[in-house]
Design a protein around this ligand. Structure first.
Ligand SMILES: [Ca+2]
Length: 93
């Protein structure tokens, strides 16, 4: 009796790399008047100042994956309880 080798036919499949982790940032700020909110942006420039439109009160950002690979920079600044915007911090990503 002759045994037949096993055969498997595959169609419509792809090998892919693991999905990259979306950029996630956390930071800490302190001020005697408290911290009211934060503004941030991720871009290609080294020295962008985020606009005066706050993204929220939480000191964290979970952003979509950048559209292109390479060097990006996260920029963040915070507004204190008296309404003053602080200096911008820049982080390479
Ligand atoms: Ca903003």
């Amino acid at each position: 009796m002759c045994s037949q080798p096993s055969r498997v036919y595959l169609d419509n499949f792809a090998l892919t790399a693991p999905a990259p982790t979306p950029p996630s940032f956390t930071w800490q700020t302190v001020d005697a008047t408290g911290i009211a909110e934060h503004s941030y942006v991720l871009d290609r420039s080294t020295d962008t100042a985020p606009d005066a439109q706050p993204e929220g009160k939480e000191a964290k950002a979970l952003l979509p994956q950048p559209s292109e690979p390479g060097q990006w920079f996260f920029h963040v600044r915070s507004r204190d309880g008296a309404g003053n915007w602080g200096r911008t911090a820049h982080y390479p990503y």
